[in-house]
Design a protein around this ligand. Structure first.
Ligand code: ADP
Ligand code: MG
Length: 722
């Protein structure tokens, strides 16, 4: 039996079927079994070809067609052995999800038979029709051709569905005929280059002779909800917009704090096991899983990897969660705020910089030299975040996150950095030109001879910070749960590249490098230390204090996107060759449009539910009440309670009917606005409040109308009976 077959036998086919528990030995066999990874390449490719490909992967040297042809052929044979019939260039257009078009390997012979074929050209380049993907004006529709190009730094893999259909997926970048990036991956790869180049310059200037590449590493923790499919199917709002637009709170929420890290229910555990196996096969290092804070909420964290692989894998995680959930009669909700009144979901984007000579540049080291290096890199990141807080905020913006950020469950809309008290005081002292004291009364003073190690355990116990230093990495905690992490990391890499560029230029010119390094740290912290905040980010005082410090507080996505339209932003991205002016502007347009479309869908879903589900149900109930009252009267009795309920229900019904009419008018008006920005503003300021106030009436009605007559499943059912 092949490993794959064995792996399949150990898989759960559905939520209730007989199961064989996968042994740990099986797992080592299963892991990466669907990946054309280094091991497979080494085994299958001729030595010279393997070497040439490694050179391309590691150093970015161009791949000749001759090499590509051999690689493609081997890849195809390997894929076919594992059951694949098709291949696809797998890419990440600006919709934020992944795209794929499947082509079979068949090529006709003249005698009516076929052979299975896959050429080097087909491997390295594809030409999908680009006309139906958002381009934000980059590509006129008549110029519909788009190109996908193999990103050989992210390995090819096989995707299997539950029917046994297997596809060879080739991770690619997607660009227009004229070479403009139409996707999320291209700028991400460019930003990785930018930060590597500048970080290596800094390392050289500090005396490092071995490092030739610096890689931005990322480990994204993914939060999600699971609810029973039978409930989901009855909710138009969940189906069309991914969140509930109505719903009275359940009698119990998350106040008992009994869900977080609680024992995992059997049906969920089955799902998680199945999910782990599917991800492991594709080489995704699913590591940690647990219950999250809200009822029906969970988290999965992988082991970190290079930024582009982490981004690819996170897309696979989201996609696989949704697919596997269905096999268990569950639906996976990735929306940032599926339920009002309980915590929503986000992604904690753990980010650091690693060198090819084995160092983590954000690791506070053990030697004086490391201290210097660490302090230089950390203060560069602090400067970058302070200078470009608005870009970080924009990178964390999507329609769903407008409901979360600053709502006492997620970081506020103010960007700040948590450094922990000890590191903060070291940095403050350095900025003030004082001796910096570290734990154990050691003194720290860059440039001197006998320096102690920096305190290592700075583990963060402050969970409210949007950007927290957690020992040897930063954790960006504002990233939305449902979208690609590419945008956030493109920004992080690029703004860090800019700060490191400045550091490198100064160090390269300095006569005394240690002195200059100390001066840079001192200056950066003095000028940008205002962004450091170790207190409670959820508190009202912080909002005031941040204002006093001059830190931006950007509450909505529309406002956040404005930073993409600033000339300074275009200059930054152009300078580091991450995005051209046109590419940047296209993103601004696309995201604004997306916001308008999202709100439009929510408004239309709300209108549909109110007109066709809630109002008819309430009318039926008032009819019953009226009949009851009439028959009680005929029998000579009094019906005070019934009358009071009827009056209350009727008042709410009347109000809701009026509000839904207003919502319809406002939605139509907003839709008719031609300018994308003005349209988005109208959706935000007119349409959103209109459906929010409509919700108040409907939720009040839900509390009165008998549950048997309520047309959709309640919060209590979805959150506690899934
Ligand atoms: P917590 O829940 O405490 O925030 P987790 O252990 O769930 O932390 O997740 C931490 C994440 O950080 C993991 O994905 C881990 O692989 C990742 N991580 C650890 N070291 C690095 C690093 N050097 N660069 C990027 N990510 C890292
Ligand atoms: Mg975390």
């Amino acid at each position: 039996m092949s490993t794959l077959q064995e792996a399949k036998n150990t898989m759960y086919t559905n939520g209730s079927g007989a199961r064989k528990v996968t042994s740990s030995k099986d797992i080592t066999q299963i892991f990466g079994s669907n990946v054309f990874n280094d091991k497979v390449m080494k085994e299958r490719l001729p030595k010279e070809i393997y070497k040439a490909l490694r050179k391309t992967i590691e150093q970015g040297s161009p791949l000749t067609l001759e090499v590509a042809n051999v690689v493609a052929n081997e890849m195809k044979d390997w894929a076919i052995e594992k059951g694949a019939s098709h291949y696809t260039h797998w890419f990440q257009p600006l919709t934020g999800i992944t795209a794929e078009k499947h082509d079979s390997f068949i090529a006709p012979n003249s005698d009516g038979t076929v052979i299975m074929e896959f050429s080097g050209k087909q491997l390295i380049q594809g030409e999908p029709d680009a006309s139906s993907f958002p381009s934000g004006g980059l590509r006129a529709t008549f110029e519909a051709r788009g190109y996908t190009a193999w990103d050989c730094t992210s390995p090819a893999f096989l995707k299997e569905d539950s029917t046994g259909y297997v596809t060879l997926c080739i991770p690619t970048a997607f660009c227009s005929y004229t070479g403009e990036a139409l996707d999320k991956k291209t700028p991400l790869l460019r930003s990785m280059e930018a930060v590597s180049k500048q970080a290596v310059r800094v390392l050289r200037a500090l005396g490092n002779k071995t490092a030739t590449r610096v890689t931005a590493t990322v480990g994204p923790e993914q939060e999600y909800f699971l609810i029973a499919k039978k409930f989901y199917d009855q909710r138009i709002d969940l189906i069309s917009s991914g969140r509930t637009l109505f719903g009275a709170p359940a009698p119990k929420g998350q106040e008992l704090e009994d869900q977080y890290f609680g024992s995992i229910k059997d049906n969920i555990s089955r799902f998680m096991r199945d999910l782990d196996l599917e991800l492991w096969k594709m080489g995704v290092t699913a590591k940690t899983k647990h219950n999250e804070v809200a009822p029906a909420q969970y988290e999965l964290a992988p082991i970190f990897s290079t930024t582009n692989i982490a981004a690819d894998h996170n897309q696979l995680v989201m996609e696989t969660m949704q697919k596997v959930a269905l096999r268990h009669d569950l639906v996976c909700l990735l929306h940032e705020k599926p339920f009002m009144g309980v915590n929503g979901s986000g992604k904690h984007n753990n980010w650091s910089l690693g060198t090819d000579d084995g160092q983590n540049l954000l690791e506070p080291g053990k030697t004086p030299h490391d201290n210097e290096q660490f302090l230089v890199f950390v203060s560069a990141v602090i400067k970058a975040v302070d200078v470009h807080a608005d870009l970080m905020r924009a990178a964390a913006a999507n329609t769903g996150n407008d409901l979360r950020l600053g709502a006492n469950e997620a970081p506020p809309a103010i960007i700040s950095v948590f450094m922990g008290s000890e590191l903060s005081s070291i940095l403050e002292n350095l900025a003030g030109g004082k001796k910096a004291e570290s734990v154990g009364q050691h003194f720290l003073n860059i440039g001197a001879d006998s320096l102690p190690a920096l305190p290592k355990d700075n583990t963060d116990r402050n969970r409210t910070s949007p950007f927290a230093f957690t020992g040897n990495k930063f954790e960006f905690r504002m990233v939305p749960s449902s979208i690609s992490i590419s945008g956030a990391n493109t920004v992080l890499n690029t703004i860090t590249a800019e700060a490191l560029d400045e550091v490198a230029t100064r160090l390269e010119k300095a006569k005394d490098v240690n002195k200059e390094a100390a001066a840079i740290v001192k200056e950066f912290i003095k000028e940008h230390g205002r962004v450091i905040f170790n207190g409670n980010n959820y508190s009202a005082e912080w909002v005031k204090e941040a204002k006093r410090r001059g830190l931006p507080n950007i509450s909505s996505m529309v406002e956040a996107l404005e930073s993409l339209a600033k000339p300074g932003t275009a200059k930054l991205f152009e300078k580091y060759k991450v995005l051209s002016k046109g590419e940047l502007h296209s993103r601004y347009e696309i995201y604004l449009e997306k916001y308008g479309k999202d709100i439009n869908i929510e408004a239309k879903s709300a209108i549909e539910m109110v007109n066709r589900q809630y109002i008819p149900a309430v009318i039926a109930y008032t009819g019953e009440l009226a009949k009851t009252i009439a028959s009680i009267k005929a029998a000579g009795g009094k019906s005070l309670v019934q009358k009071a309920i009827l009056a209350e229900v009727t008042a709410l019904l009347t109000s809701a009917a009026k509000k839904v009419a207003v919502l319809e008018t406002l939605t139509e008006k907003a839709q008719g606005i031609a300018d994308a920005h003005a349209r988005a503003v109208s959706f935000r300021d007119k349409v959103v409040p209109a459906y929010n106030t409509l919700r108040t009436d409907i939720d009040a009605l839900e509390k009165i109308v008998p549950s048997s007559q309520w047309p959709v499943p309640s919060y209590a059912e979805m959150l506690f009976k899934s």
